[in-house]
Design a protein around this ligand. Sequence first.
Ligand code: GRF
Length: 206
Amino acid sequence: MINIGVLASGRGSNFQSIIDSIDRGGLAAKAACLITDNPEAYAIERAKRHNIPHVYINPAAFKSKALFYQRIADELNAFGVELVVLAGFMRVVKRPLIEAFPMRVMNIHPALLPAFKGLHAQRQALEYGVKIAGCTVHFVDEGVDTGPIILQEAVPVLPDDSEDSLSARILECEHRMYPLAIKLYAEGKLKVSGNRVKIATVMPIL
Ligand code: GRF
């Protein structure tokens, strides 16, 4: 059973999918805390509903980004967090947080990385005219939406898609994929080698 700490800035539907998966017994983990940089984040309501401790950390209260991220790392450590889960956290996570949790910070991105990094990935995909979009869960390194890829799934772009309809289709995929990636981590099945993540499979006994 691992403790996870979730960082979210907004709606928190991915946070909810993780909570639901834990509640269903599909994921042997405990949501130890929610940390947010936005006091209005709907994710806070979700935390309250499920009795998950939540902490608002105001980035403007810190003299530097490093101090802000150190504070987040301290808070996560105080909750005994092993794995940090970025779920719509609208900031590029930096040192010293990354250093405090090496290959222990995950992110979900609504595109097939390395395509369409950054904000509005679904809009970028539509504007480019790709026929296949998707989502990616990856470990976080110092870059923006870089770091070893854990899982990816393709989602078709339909001829009449708007940004909203495509985002909704990708989001369904996100809600399945994030709990699965956390489960694989929790079961010790992810081995990072350079930029590649190998997923251990259990071989059936013949
Ligand atoms: C998701 O699309 C996720 O891929 C991206 O930010 C969005 C967060 O949505 N990183 P929610 O707050 O989890 O509903």
